[in-house]
Design a protein around this ligand. Structure first.
Ligand code: TMP
Length: 207
């Protein structure tokens, strides 16, 4: 069954779109699993705590990257592949494109090394469709701050240039991989954005 990933900068509203899409699919009696990275497994939730808790300034960028890959490997083996094999629609809030955008481009890690280790983590799993919620990171970060009532996680504290690089990297991925990636203007209200999300899903999967 289809593996659909949702990507975007901080505060782009992709998690709301995952929730709305899962609810609509369930209402249409489609079996769905909504999950996320990092944190889609028990081990992954521990890794998520390590990765996203603010104040962990000592976390080296290579260590950080490897923890994301460890989370992904566990998630693919324990959750994603079994769910696809069982015939579920799998909706995943972030996947390998996030590593390309945040670690390879944002943190400037070695491209071929990231590609190889990520392939090991994905274990052959590739999204059938990726929905990219494109937004100016300044607006996204402002939203994320409002949502967090003044508290911001490690990534949200990183400087704006980093997030601009991430946005550009995502758009490059979309250009490179047009058959897989659909780009949406995430500055719209969630309900309007969902119309576009749903029409992409129904066009592609006939739901
Ligand atoms: P989110 O739950 O808001 O999507 O937060 C996850 C954070 O982790 C977000 O700042 C992006 C970051 N991230 C990476 O840097 N690399 C990755 O591979 C993944 C999955 C997430």
């Amino acid at each position: 069954m289809p593996f659909i990933t949702f990507e975007g900068v901080e505060g782009s509203g992709k998690s709301t779109q995952v929730k709305l899409a899962a609810a609509r699919l369930r209402a249409r009696r489609r079996p769905v699993l909504a999950t996320r990275e990092p944190g889609g497994t028990r081990i992954g939730r521990i890794l998520r705590g390590l990765l996203l808790t603010k104040g962990r300034r000592e976390l080296d960028s290579v260590t950080e990257w490897l923890l994301f890959e460890a989370d992904r490997r566990q998630h693919v083996l324990e959750v994603i592949r079994p769910a696809l094999a069982a015939g579920l629609f799998v909706l995943c809030d972030r996947f390998s494109d996030a590593t390309e955008a945040y670690q390879q481009v944002g943190r400037r890690l070695d491209r071929s090394l990231v590609g190889k280790v990520d392939a090991l983590a994905r274990d052959g799993i590739v999204p059938d469709l990726t929905l990219l919620y494109d937004l100016d990171p300044r607006e996204g970060l402002a939203r994320a701050r409002r949502r967090g009532r003044g508290t911001v996680g490690r990534f949200e504290k990183t400087e704006i240039r980093f997030h601009e690089d991430v946005r550009r990297a995502y758009l490059r991925i979309a250009k490179r991989d047009r058959a897989r990636v659909r780009v949406f203007d995430a500055s719209q209200p969630a309900a309007l954005l969902f119309r576009e999300t749903w029409s992409a899903l129904s066009e592609r999967f006939g739901v």
